[in-house]
Design a protein around this ligand. Structure first.
Ligand code: HEM
Length: 269
């Protein structure tokens, strides 16, 4: 399924021309295949006495105010959405973290210094994680510097004016996350990776890696927790160096990742 998932992702933001050899056409076929696999899993789960406590179990038990559950098509669609929203974004974020830390040994040293006197034995408690203020800033800066999601759409529900432009009702508007995060009017030296900027700079709608408003990312806190645990364990147990002769320029679709992947040598500590 991993390979099919990659084909689907590669065509997610492509020209909508459905031919057998276009990225879009391949993605449509991959989507059908993924939905077929997901349907098998959903049907198996529906036959069980208990739906389970994972995301699929919760979706199976969800009821609206009239007591209706989700249809099979809706369940399949939600599972596929979660695979993209929860997996693809996060892998991009932690790859960016690994890249930045490998390129900034001074930052790695500071993270380690912060962790030196903390109880990092298994399992890590949330109290311990909360004490890692510097790591928090590094992860925050990672999401500013290389935002996993490029932007999002909103529909104008009521005609309004913005910066002298009239926005008619019904229009679709796009907000751009990376452009906001790299706007020199919002951030000083936006192109430098500087976790300590968050000691002083706090920009409500100038920092939007998870979107904003009522449709903000529903997995935001979970994602931040996953990133922090991943970063803590990686730094605790490994050193890593970037391999030479690789192209680290970013492909941004569907989420930012280095053109050659991210090739590193990992050494146990
Ligand atoms: C670093 C990781 C992540 C980033 C940067 C991210 C970013 C975003 C963004 C920008 C949106 C659109 C919000 C908007 O329209 O204003 C979104 C929506 C969403 N995200 Fe995340 N996300 C991440 C991780 C996750 C995880 C781990 C999950 C679930 C386990 C998740 C589930 C969702 C869902 C279901 C939506 C749609 C919410 C809706 O339309 O109401 N995301 N995310």
């Amino acid at each position: 399924m991993g390979e099919v998932f990659d084909i689907w992702c590669a065509g997610l933001f492509s020209l909508p021309i459905s031919l057998p050899w276009t990225a879009f056409g391949k993605a449509l076929r991959a989507r059908e295949e993924l939905l077929g696999e997901i349907e098998t899993i959903v049907r198996q789960r529906q036959k069980r006495d208990t739906p389970g406590e994972d995301a699929l179990g919760i979706l199976l038990q969800a009821r609206d105010e009239d007591g209706n559950g989700l249809s099979l098509a809706e369940l399949k669609d939600q599972v596929l959405l979660l695979l993209f929203a929860g997996h693809e974004t996060l892998t991009s974020a932690i790859a960016s973290f690994c890249l930045q830390v490998a390129q900034h040994p001074d930052i790695l040293a500071k993270i380690r210094q912060e962790q030196e006197n903390l109880p990092l034995s298994s399992p890590i408690s949330s109290d311990t994680l909360k004490q890692m203020d510097y790591l928090d800033r590094v992860l925050k800066e990672t999401l500013r510097f290389t935002a996993p999601v490029g932007g999002g759409f909103r529909q104008v529900i009521q005609e309004c004016e913005f910066n002298g432009y009239r926005l008619p009702q019904g229009w679709a508007v796009q907000y751009q996350i990376s452009e906001t995060h790299k706007d020199a009017k919002v951030y000083e030296n936006p192109d430098s990776f500087d976790p300590d900027r968050f000691l002083t700079e706090e920009k409500a709608y100038g920092y939007v890696p998870f979107g904003g408003g009522v449709r903000e990312c529903i997995g935001k806190e979970f994602a931040r927790l996953e990133m922090k645990i991943f970063a803590t364990r990686l730094i605790q147990h490994f050193d890593w160096q970037l391999l030479p002769d690789q192209d680290l320029s970013l492909i941004t679709i569907p989420t930012p990742h280095p053109r050659d992947g991210l090739k590193v040598t990992l050494t146990s500590r």
